[in-house]
Design a protein around this ligand. Structure first.
Ligand code: G4P
Length: 526
């Protein structure tokens, strides 16, 4: 127990993840309404970049503006301090989302009842599973016709590789949607279309009582009873510890647009979701309640103003209390730094704060001192783990298109990579620079930003690559042999680690077979 225990215990830092269009923005907005952080619907802008706008730079700049404003949304609710971390909707920025997930203690996954589990949800869930992040599932759009809820639960289990346990259960769907039975609170939450909120909320311990028919049609009552019986028979009793270990995901049903089922989700969330959890550093595990401050940078957001290269570095506080104007150690530089205007994010406002606690996110104005993964501490030498780079999916050579601006180009590439915009690999054989991304849009962003922020011009040249794998081996001779044999395909990443560039799935498979002593990794941390 430390003097900060109470503050830390009441914090809930999480992200909402979904495939675009499932309802993440709508749900976020309703949560903020409950917290009194905003007062009108429509105040939270969706930060998704519509497909049609891929090359619309006004749109991208606008989105960058929105996404800094909504990067973190904090509010108080029922004695708890809630920090919602926003994640970019566009799949080309998935790497950003992966990193944001390293700064949260839990996650809410939104699934569209009609579409079920979609591609991006699957990918993001992989990261949650890897980190053992506790997840709650919210099945959205119950006011529309969708999949049978049991089938949907099977699909979630199968596709997301996680056990589920419904804590609420829908009564019909679409036009006939009548509400949910809240298994967690043993209440009947009744829904009237167009009323935009729960119209009736009835304590209902025994759904076998004939009183149920006073609220819903006999056919619906009968179906609900048999569904609940089946649920109790098939799914294990809900156990908070299993949820906290990331082994089971409680599931809620509702309609974010109609603000239905959202309060129930939030009430359960604050009860069961974890407060800040211990974080692993290379040196040791850091407990949030330790007196000394520590935190790491998980996101860097460049300023909108191209004339000033200033950024905001987002710090997740891992332990203790952060104080404005106090001296903290920038571990990579080994020097002390002071921050006179750290900002906190309350809904859509950014304001200077005097203090913040483990679990909170603060923004530090920066002019290039930080890169992703940097650690700040009260003085201890700590390096937090868990900010891996993921093997990119698209690759291009980056070349200088203006010989007079080579210096600017190199500086621009370096800083954009520090910001985590994409990954840089340098081919050991010919010295050429290769940029790896998750999607096409990132190449466009890099080119645009190099020109507008650094005055440098780049051009892209195709390279046919399938994957970049980080390699290692306990057998030094085997490693050297591999590097020699594959010399043309060897590169180093920004940190100087060995990376093998495989040009096809087949070639990679053969390499794995032919060189059993070499370990191939698809993330940079292993
Ligand atoms: P996202 O952030 O996950 O991408 O999704 P977003 O909240 O923007 O929601 C996507 C669309 O789904 C929006 O409609 C939104 O109004 C709708 N939606 C969200 N929740 C529900 C729900 O519970 N029921 C129904 N029927 N629709 C829901 P849109 O037409 O794409 O956008 P907008 O013009 O309404 O903003």
């Amino acid at each position: 127990m430390s003097q900060y225990s109470e503050e830390i215990e009441r914090r809930r830092t999480f992200a909402i993840i979904s495939h675009p269009d499932a309802g993440k923005t709508t749900l976020t907005e309703k949560l903020l309404l409950f917290g009194g952080a905003i007062h009108v619907a429509g105040a939270v802008k969706s930060n998704k970049i519509k497909k049609t706008a891929t090359s619309d730079w006004m749109e991208i700049e606008k989105q960058r503006g929105i996404s800094v404003a909504t990067s973190v949304m904090a509010f108080d609710y029922s004695g708890h301090k809630i920090n919602i971390l926003d994640t970019p909707g566009h799949q080309d920025f998935a790497e950003d989302t992966f990193r944001t997930l390293t700064a949260v203690d839990s996650v809410i996954i939104v699934i569209d009842t009609a579409k079920g589990v979609e591609a991006q949800t699957r990918k993001l869930m992989e990261v949650c599973r890897m980190r053992k992040t506790p997840v709650i599932v919210f099945v959205n759009k119950m006011d529309r016709d969708g999949k049978d809820p049991f089938d949907l639960l099977d699909e979630i289990e199968e596709e997301l590789h996680i056990n589920v346990r419904p804590l609420s259960w829908p009564i019909d769907m679409g036009q006939r949607f009548r509400g949910v039975y809240n298994i967690y609170e043993q209440k009947l939450n009744l829904y009237t279309p167009s009323k935009q909120y729960v119209t009736e909320n009835v304590e209902f311990k025994d759904i076998n009582s004939s009183e149920l028919e006073n609220y819903i049609e006999p056919g619906q009552a009968e179906k609900l009873r048999s569904d609940i019986e089946l649920i109790e028979g098939v799914y294990p009793e809900f156990d908070v510890d299993t949820y906290l270990k990331g082994d089971i995901a409680p599931v809620f049903f509702g309609s974010a647009l109609n603000n239905f089922g959202v309060k129930e989700l939030l009430d359960c969330f604050i009860n069961i979701a974890p407060s800040p959890r211990p974080v692993s550093a290379v040196e040791r595990v850091v407990d949030p309640e330790e007196e000394a401050f520590s935190g790491f940078i998980f996101k860097i957001h460049a300023n909108m103003d191209p004339n000033h290269r200033s950024c905001i570095a987002f710090v997740k506080i891992c332990s203790g209390r952060f104080e404005r104007n106090a001296n903290y150690k920038h571990v990579r530089f080994g020097k002390m730094m002071r921050f006179s205007s750290p900002t906190a994010f309350m809904a859509q406002k950014k304001e200077v704060v005097d203090e913040a606690f483990a679990g909170d996110i603060i923004g530090l104005p920066d002019t290039g001192n930080f890169k992703i993964g940097d650690t700040l501490t009260s003085g201890e030498e700590l390096h937090f783990k868990g900010l891996p780079s993921f093997s990119p999916e698209m690759f291009k050579y980056i070349e200088n298109a203006d010989p007079m601006k080579a210096k600017q180009l190199n500086k621009g590439i370096e800083q954009l990579m520090d910001e985590g915009v994409a990954q840089l690999f340098t081919n050991q054989f010919n010295g050429r620079k290769i940029i790896g991304t998750v999607g096409q849009l990132q190449f466009e962003v890099i080119q645009y930003r190099l020109l507008h922020e650094y005055g440098a011009q780049c051009k892209w040249e195709p390279i046919s690559l399938y994957k970049a794998c980080w390699i290692e081996s306990d057998n030094t001779a085997a490693l050297e042999n591999f590097k020699r044999r594959k010399a043309q395909y060897m590169a180093v990443d920004k940190e100087g680690r060995d990376v093998y560039l495989a040009d096809s799935g087949y070639v990679l498979m053969m390499a794995q077979q032919d060189f059993p002593d070499i370990k191939f990794h698809f993330t940079s941390e292993f």
